[in-house]
Ligand binder design. Structure first.
Ligand code: ADP
Length: 587
């Protein structure tokens, strides 16, 4: 497509106006000139017919049959090429200066003659076949005949133009001057327009546009400058907005929740990665489009909620926006689905993975009832012993001591239990409260050994630790102490007599130390191993109670290991006894 420049267009119209104007003036001039010439011609021809008439009358040419003398007039009048004809009232040609009148046809019907019949004189312009030229015929009626004179009619454009040359030059000159002035004026306008055009093309292509383009100081320039300033303001706002959007998106992607925002007609405007991932897990289909959420049966409740609230067109009140919240389970996982419809009927959907929370809630629920159950046993024993004493009062001193000792043991158990429960709770819920500092594991193990040395001696248990000094990790000393304390206590309580305990630091890498704790005692039958780290899980209830165990020891161990960014597993040793393999992060 050829684009016309603004200036080109103005000049195009200017030239058209110029041509039309010149043509109009020339036509007008030409018409006037023609009228003037015609009048002049008619005047001349009238004079000539008059002269001819007088000449005929004075010389009595009609009677003398001497019309051919008319040729003499032709020789004395200044106009050359004048044709003179004398016609009888009946139309018969009596004389003609340029042809043989005897052979000429009757002239009564000639228009000029007809007019002369009616109005004494008449004129007509006609093409002559004889001379191939236009003639101006003028006929006048005299008593007894018509005199007609004719002359070549030459009021032609060419001649006229020739005559008007100066005038045409003048007009062209005036237009040239106007053209130059126009050129200068349009130059200024065109400058603004060209710059504005360049700007719009660049802006359209999203290319960099100079903010300080200079415009001429006319109205168009001011408008153009203003347009560019507005454009830059808008662009800045848009850039800032897209920056903010980018930030928001990064923020959304960093969130654990899956979030998506939708328009009132359910088209997504913004979403994060988790959102798609969660709807994939929930639907167990591979879904790529955020909008597909509305076709998944697990989100039926959401659809119902949206259907109800998106139907109307009235805006919602800011403090009364429709909200939805419900929990769905997908396999092992639990998700909370939330949705809010905003004032303008756009809405958001938030999916939160609450598996951990939900599991924790269930576990806590179970734990609470377990704790209650566990507390009941020592408490009812204490109550029982005290009741027996009170009901049988006075009780022999010997018996009193027996009952009090039993009561004391149960209260010890209670303390133990409460300590374990609160330790576990602390690790789970407030792990960050445990202060971490460099801890030398060798000294921790030595301390545990010293604590249990007597009981180990009593049970003939040998203890061997290969953990070297300077096995230092960033950790919490009392939790690390609990880990080894629980291991050793369990070996003493459940392993049997004469066994040996061994602790090794069997591997180490950049991040972790890997340890093995084992004894060669009675071990645990395989079916119990998967659940051995659960709270209150015991292999043999009777024996455990007897040993004063709470069933929380290994749960504490596992949590303590995890708080040190490690992992733990348990296995039976081929030749009897059990082995724990666990890692602890160095930092
Ligand atoms: P508790 O605090 O009652 O000892 P734990 O969680 O420490 O509870 O241990 C759970 C169960 O694992 C115990 O009841 C015991 O039967 C078994 N157990 C733990 N350690 C050993 C071991 N070294 N040898 C044999 N059985 C063990």
């Amino acid at each position: 497509m050829i684009r016309k420049s603004f200036r080109g267009e103005i000049f195009f119209y200017f030239i058209i106006v110029f041509i039309l104007f010149t043509a109009a003036i020339l036509t007008f001039q030409y018409q006037r000139e023609k009228r003037y010439r015609t009048a002049q011609l008619e005047n001349t021809l009238d004079n000539i017919t008059e002269i001819t008439y007088r000449f005929i009358e004075q010389n009595n040419l009609i009677e003398k049959n001497g019309l051919s003398r008319i040729g003499e007039i032709q020789r004395i009048i200044p106009q050359s090429n004048i044709r003179i004809t004398v016609i009888a009232p009946n139309g018969q040609v009596l004389y003609d200066s340029s042809a043989d009148y005897r052979t000429m046809e009757n002239h009564l019907q000639r228009p000029e003659v007809q007019k002369a019949v009616q109005e004494q004189k008449g004129a007509n312009i006609r093409h002559s076949d004889t001379t191939q030229e236009d003639y101006y015929y003028y006929a006048k009626k005299y008593p007894g005949y018509f005199v007609r004179s004719a002359v070549v009619y030459n009021v032609q454009i060419q001649n006229f133009l020739e005559a008007e040359k100066a005038f045409i030059f003048f007009i062209v000159f005036v237009f040239a001057v106007i053209g130059i002035i126009l050129y200068i004026i349009t130059g200024k306008l065109a400058d603004a327009i060209t710059k504005l055009k360049d700007f719009s093309i660049k802006a359209g292509k999203n290319e960099l546009v100079e903010p300080d383009t200079r415009f001429p100081e006319n109205e168009l320039g001011i408008i153009s400058g203003q347009i560019i300033r507005i454009y830059h303001k808008l662009k800045k706002a848009k850039d800032e907005l897209s920056n903010e959007r980018e930030k928001l998106l990064n923020h959304l992607n960093a969130l654990n929740e899956g979030i998506a925002f939708f328009t009132p007609d359910k088209k997504k405007t913004l979403t994060n990665r988790n959102f798609i991932q969660y709807i994939n897990i929930i639907s167990q289909k591979s879904i790529n489009e955020t909008e597909d959420i509305f076709g998944i049966k697990e989100f039926k409740k959401l659809n119902k909620f949206l259907k109800k609230n998106l139907a109307g067109t009235l805006p919602f009140q800011p403090d009364d926006l429709p909200q939805l919240e419900y929990i769905i389970s997908a396999g092992e996982k639990f998700y909370k689905i939330q949705s809010i419809v905003f004032i303008d009927h756009s809405f958001e959907v938030v999916i939160t993975d609450i598996t951990r929370l939900e599991k924790r809630r269930l576990m806590k629920q179970q734990l609470t009832s377990n704790i209650a159950h566990e507390l009941k046993t020592p408490l009812s024993s204490i109550k029982g012993y005290l009741e027996t004493m009170l009901n049988n009062w006075p009780v022999a001193e010997e018996k009193q001591k027996y009952f009090l000792e039993k009561t004391f043991l149960q209260s010890e158990r209670l303390t133990h239990l409460i300590n374990d429960v609160s330790l576990l709770n602390n690790i789970e819920d407030a792990g960050e409260l445990f202060r971490f500092k460099p801890v030398d594991l060798k000294s921790v193990i030595d301390e545990v050994y010293e604590n249990f040395a007597n009981r180990m001696n009593e049970n003939k248990i040998s203890f061997n630790s290969e953990v070297k000094t300077e096995t230092v990790i960033e950790g919490n000393d009392s939790l690390l102490f609990s880990i080894f304390q629980n291991f050793v206590e369990n070996s003493i309580n459940y392993g049997g007599q004469g066994i040996s305990i061994s602790i090794r630091n069997y591997h180490e890498d950049e991040k972790y130390y890997y340890f093995s704790y084992s004894d060669n005692g009675s071990g645990i039958s395989e079916e119990h191993l998967p659940r051995i780290f659960e709270r209150f899980y015991r292999v043999d209830h009777g024996r455990t109670r007897e040993a004063g165990g709470t069933g929380l020891g290994l749960a504490i161990v596992k949590n303590a290991v995890q708080l040190h960014k490690g992992e733990i597993s348990i296995r039976n040793r081929p030749n009897g006894g059990i082995e724990f393999l666990f890692s602890l992060a160095k930092k």
